[in-house]
Design a protein around this ligand. Structure first.
Ligand SMILES: Nc1ncnc2c1ncn2[C@@H]1O[C@H](COP(=O)(O)OP(=O)(O)OP(=O)(O)O)[C@@H](O)[C@H]1O
Length: 254
């Protein structure tokens, strides 16, 4: 049984179809990267898998149950989400924001746990600071800690490394890899194809609201897919750090 799955999913935003018969699944223990050009449908896939984007066709499953029939509380228990939008309305301390992921725990216990998760993400120094007074990357780390602290086995993360410095990107991806190795399922959207190829077990390539590849990195990001889905000329080079994509834009009409 998949932790989360879309089966022939269709969805519309503002009268336009943004998902056109999408099949994707997330299993326990795997890290799946969703890639594609701007507007390809990555966020829409993640939101549909959480029930945040209603389907006009097909089914979204969460741990074996039809998501549409699951009460909100049960959805929260099964899946955690890091939205692309990093804005937080209230200037609460980081540790309190992270503790919000565990609303059913007594306050002191939730705060203890939140502090540990922040520490583990090398964000312990941020614990007592107000999130409105943080840099974008610091706030991103706090919100990631909140998602990791949530009980759901399925972790759906929209561009979790956007705005982070290179070392922080590698650190966060390693941390998410560990989360998958411990048995959670991690699905994340990512623009950096080299990072996606290094970290993911499987890559889902989106284009125009459709899945055009869903396979191991070397297959999903083969030169013809780079050309058709991304408009890139690309070759993979094996380096000590892992596969690295050398790429250039395809010239017009090529
Ligand atoms: N609020 C909105 N109103 C109207 N159309 C929207 C809205 N949000 C998304 N769309 C459209 O839905 C389609 C899919 O968008 P989505 O955000 O899923 O793409 P994405 O692959 O995540 O893009 P990006 O890489 O830019 O974040 C796009 O065509 C986009 O223009």
């Amino acid at each position: 049984m998949s932790l989360a799955e879309l089966s022939n999913a269709r969805a519309r935003i503002g009268g336009r179809e943004v998902l056109s018969g999408v099949d994707v699944r997330l299993e326990a223990g795997e890290l799946v990267a969703v890639v594609g050009r701007n507007g390809a449908g990555k966020t829409s896939v993640l939101r549909a898998m959480l029930g945040l984007l209603p389907l006009t066709g097909g089914v979204a499953w969460l741990a074996g149950d039809d998501l549409a029939r699951l009460p909100e509380r049960e959805r929260l228990a099964r899946a955690a989400y890091l939205p692309q939008e990093r804005r937080i309305a209230w200037n609460m301390a980081a540790v309190d924001i992270v503790a919000l992921a565990m609303p059913l725990l007594p306050d002191a216990e939730a705060k203890d746990r939140a502090a540990r998760v922040l520490d583990d993400l090398e964000g312990g120094h941020l614990a007592d600071r107000g999130v409105a007074d943080m840099s974008g990357g610091e706030r991103a780390r706090v919100l990631l800690a909140r998602a990791l602290n949530a009980p759901g086995q399925a972790l759906l993360l929209d561009e979790p490394v956007a705005g982070l410095d290179p070392d922080a990107q590698l650190f966060v991806l390693d941390r998410l890899r560990r989360e998958a190795d411990r048995g959670r399922g991690v699905m994340l959207s990512l623009h950096d194809l080299t990072l996606a190829a290094r970290v993911a077990d499987r890559i889902v390539v989106m284009a125009d609201g459709r899945v055009v590849a869903d396979a191991r990195p070397a297959t999903a990001l083969a030169p013809e897919i780079l050309r058709d889905a991304f408009g890139l000329n690309g070759v993979w080079i094996q380096t000590e750090a892992g596969p690295t994509l050398a790429m250039g834009r395809r010239s017009q009409g090529a």
